[in-house]
Ligand binder design. Sequence first.
Ligand SMILES: Nc1ncnc2c1ncn2[C@@H]1O[C@H](COP(=O)(O)OP(=O)(O)O)[C@@H](O)[C@H]1O
Ligand SMILES: Nc1ccn([C@@H]2O[C@H](COP(=O)(O)OP(=O)(O)O)[C@@H](O)[C@H]2O)c(=O)n1
Length: 205
Amino acid sequence: MIVTIDGVAASGKSSVSSGVAQALGVPYVSSGLLYRAATLLGLEASLDLHAAPGLLALLGAHPVRLEPLAGGNRVWQGERELTDDLHSSRVDRGVSVVAALPEVREWVDAQLRALPEPFVAEGRDMGTNVFPHASHKFYLTASARIRAERRARERPEDVPAIEAALQRRDELDTVQSAPAPDALVIDTGPLDLQGVIDTILTRLH
Ligand SMILES: Nc1ncnc2c1ncn2[C@@H]1O[C@H](COP(=O)(O)OP(=O)(O)O)[C@@H](O)[C@H]1O
Ligand SMILES: Nc1ccn([C@@H]2O[C@H](COP(=O)(O)OP(=O)(O)O)[C@@H](O)[C@H]2O)c(=O)n1
């Protein structure tokens, strides 16, 4: 069984997926972390993030591994854990460039499709491109302002700056961010986190 939870930046995908996965007793898979890892490693190596060959050579030479757990994902490159370095504004600014490269998307998709079921998979295109046959699909939305206010609680930046950055990334991610026709779209604005989790669990039982 695969449950997909897609949505735009800071719509609640990771938090909701973690809650749903823990209720189901299965791991959740955070596809965005692989794009973030490729971006971080490219930045650290001073590579051109628009050029796939260099990134793929780097990722091939030092493979990145996603460790999905019910409570969260950990990302490794060999013995080095990358997880805590992946959610920075610096990575945010570059990740959409990396995610626009077809070769990088193929690299991510191959890793995701190799994971053993069951799991909850969250990202942008889990229900459309990566797991079109998933048994249950959801798509989270919320206004940019609400998403910025939520993200502001995690980062020492002001809401208008975060809102502008989210809107910029939403635009850059448009190609891969359309909801699947058979996904249930949930406006998370009026709901608290548990309310979104319960909305999804109600439909899974
Ligand atoms: N419905 C909600 N109500 C209030 N806060 C929420 C809700 N959904 C998510 N959050 C909070 O908003 C922030 C962004 O959520 P996150 O799961 O990181 O989003 P995404 O994975 O889509 O970027 C987190 O601090 C999370 O706890
Ligand atoms: N399935 C996915 C997941 C992420 N991404 C890209 O990776 C970036 C980071 O994804 P994320 O889910 O970690 O970002 P947040 O929504 O958590 O801020 C997105 O802005 C997209 O550019 C993607 O293209 N496809």
